[in-house]
Design a protein around this ligand. Structure first.
Ligand code: G3H
Ligand code: 13P
Ligand code: ZN
Length: 309
């Protein structure tokens, strides 16, 4: 079916108290792995691309690939710009067929974040495109961080609703202690669930969690066994994700877990069949690895069977 908006997917998740995975892609194999899992589990899925992915693959390739993948499934699929920062790129995405864009103004002051995000939201809405804004800085924190240090980094629940109202965003990305990449914490995960609870009480729009990969020890070990050098990696444990979902997080961004699974599958193929040079023989298993991770995430987030049509 045609692409749907993030608003359609996430408003349903918000009322139903489940979350939908937003999975980053850069190429066809990731896309096929994700959509196969969504199709089989009848789950909505948000396909997201960063500005870096657009630079790598080209915007027209990405849009047309995602539209084609969506046309072959009855699962709801949206195409979202992840961490949009540049006005010209965001406008290009809006005009060319993305169904959602994020404006990442988290590094601006509160007022500048509001005025820049609102500019994007006003334009996007004219085109029927959803908008995600971000308030607070995505960064892991040490166990012994004090309250005022936390307040300076994390989303302030008391102004989050004002941010949503004044910008008109359709979803809000919050900072509660998750961070991007495979090295999230020095100690253990320490998410601020009290803050999430307050945000959820005050903000009616769907809530987004970035930097939510679990960084499976098993996958990292496999990659290292076959020659990777990924030391000291750590992510968000599944029970923390489950808790965040029951507390009302509605969109969960996953990139690192897909990258790790894909790369470790390729490494295994290179190591076990060094004589092979047919890319299908290692990209196939890598695509299967993405599919397996996405299936696990869909179960964890509670979105199986929720594709509304
Ligand atoms: O949060 C960022 C995503 O993981 C995308 O990363 O900018 O390297 O494509 P990227
Ligand atoms: P991870 O690096 O934890 O997968 O987070 C991805 C993300 O937030 C993309 O916006
Ligand atoms: Zn992110």
């Amino acid at each position: 079916m045609p692409l749907v908006t993030n608003k359609e997917i996430l408003d349903a998740a918000n009322s139903g108290y489940y979350a939908v995975g937003a999975f980053n892609i850069n190429d066809m194999e990731f896309l096929q792995g994700i959509v196969r899992a969504a199709d089989e589990l009848k789950s909505p899925a948000i396909i997201q691309v960063s500005e870096g992915a657009i630079k790598f693959a080209g915007i027209d390739y990405l849009i047309n690939m995602v539209k084609l993948a969506a046309s072959k499934t009855s699962a709801q699929i949206s195409l979202h710009l992840d961490h949009g920062e540049h006005f010209d790129i965001i406008i290009d995405c809006i005009k060319k067929g993305f169904t959602s864009v994020m404006f990442d103004g988290s590094h601006f002051s509160f007022e500048e974040n509001i005025s820049n995000t609102k500019k994007i939201a006003d334009i996007a809405h004219l085109f029927g495109v959803s908008v995600e804004g971000e308030l607070g800085r995505l960064q892991g924190v040490e166990d012994n961080i004090n309250v005022s240090e936390k307040d300076a980094i994390f989303t302030d629940p008391n102004v989050a609703a004002e941010f949503v109202e004044r910008t008109g965003v359709d979803a809000l990305a919050v900072a509660i202690g998750t961070s991007h990449g495979a090295y999230k914490f020095k100690g253990s995960a320490n998410l601020d669930f009290d803050r999430l609870k307050k945000i959820k009480q005050l903000v009616k729009a769907p809530i987004v969690l970035h930097g939510a990969s679990g960084v499976s020890g098993e996958v990292v070990e496999k990659a290292n066994k076959f020659g990777a050098q990924i030391k000291g990696a750590s992510g968000i444990p599944n029970d923390n994700i489950k808790r965040a979902v029951t507390m009302g997080v509605n969109k969960i961004n996953i990139d690192t877990d897909l990258r790790l699974a894909y790369t470790s599958a390729i490494r295994e193929c290179f190591s076990s069949k060094p004589e092979n040079f047919d890319p299908r023989k290692y990209l196939g298993p890598a695509r299967d690895a993405v599919y397996s991770v996405v299936k696990t995430k869909i179960e964890l987030f509670g979105s199986a069977g929720k594709s509304g049509r």
